[in-house]
Design a protein around this ligand. Sequence first.
Ligand code: 13P
Ligand code: SF4
Length: 329
Amino acid sequence: MKQEWSYKGFVDEPVPGDIDVKSEIRELCRQKNAIILAHYYTEGEIQDIADYVGDSLGLARVAAGTDADIIVMCGVHFMAETNKILCPNKKILLPDLNADCSLAESCPANEFEAFVKRHPDHTVLSYVNTSAAIKTLTDVVVTSGNARQIVESFPKDAKLIFGPDYNLGRYINSITGREMLLWDGGCHVHERFSVTELKRLKESYPDAPVLAHPECKKDILDLADVIGSTAALLKFVSRSDKKAFIIVTESGILHQMKKEAPGKEFITVPSDENLSACNECNYMRLNTLNKLYNTLKFECPEVTLPADVIERAAKPIQRMLEISDRLGL
Ligand code: 13P
Ligand code: SF4
């Protein structure tokens, strides 16, 4: 019996049992001139079917350059918004509108606006993990792949605000000698890695370098050998002659690491609360093949933004892309 079409932030239509979902997804992309972008933290089967898999900087660049009519962003909401801001005339689809980001949520626009207004002589740098509303209050957007270089492109005595990720901002301050004013936000995945477990794993695998994302807390970053964006950590793994690596970021990245460095060992770090699990971003994992299929078929859920928000939020993102291109990042 045909079920009723239902919608819960995603299209809850059962996928017919007799179809090959993967080939249907690719066929729908061909028919509709659509591309699928996926972040490294999504499930392996989503990464494998995507046209492009990358970090936030790479995803923004590909979105800005595509001639597709539809972009399906298998990631989280701020990534789809960034695509809409860069491509206002394209249809931007997100397989599940519930795919938020705890870091973006940790920075409500009204509170951030009041913070910015208290420091009118400061330039505002915002991490890309923010809502479009925060981007309208921002001078330059940064990602983990270019934050250091963009901060260093400002004079040493420049007055800067950095938000919302406190850990990334603190880390950039420490390596650049800056004293940016920091917003106190954070990511619930990266803040919960266990320092005790990381120390124990370092003892068990003394030759394995520790690779950490800069959204981790200081006591984790102090134990890391390499700190970088997901793309930077992946690059390190594929070029290194080491046999094993301790990975302190969301475990979806292991899919590409295993593909690029087959035969090597990747050790994940649990949280103190759940020693048996590796850390996953529950929001990224809302992207599934069935939702992706329905999203393409019904062209829903679509991410839209008011024209004035797009216009204002585009400026700091374009500045980021211009600076990154100029610096060869
Ligand atoms: P990257 O830009 O390094 O991929 O990071 C995005 C993110 O959400 C990290 O939690
Ligand atoms: Fe946001 Fe953290 Fe998930 Fe990255 S891992 S998308 S920062 S909640």
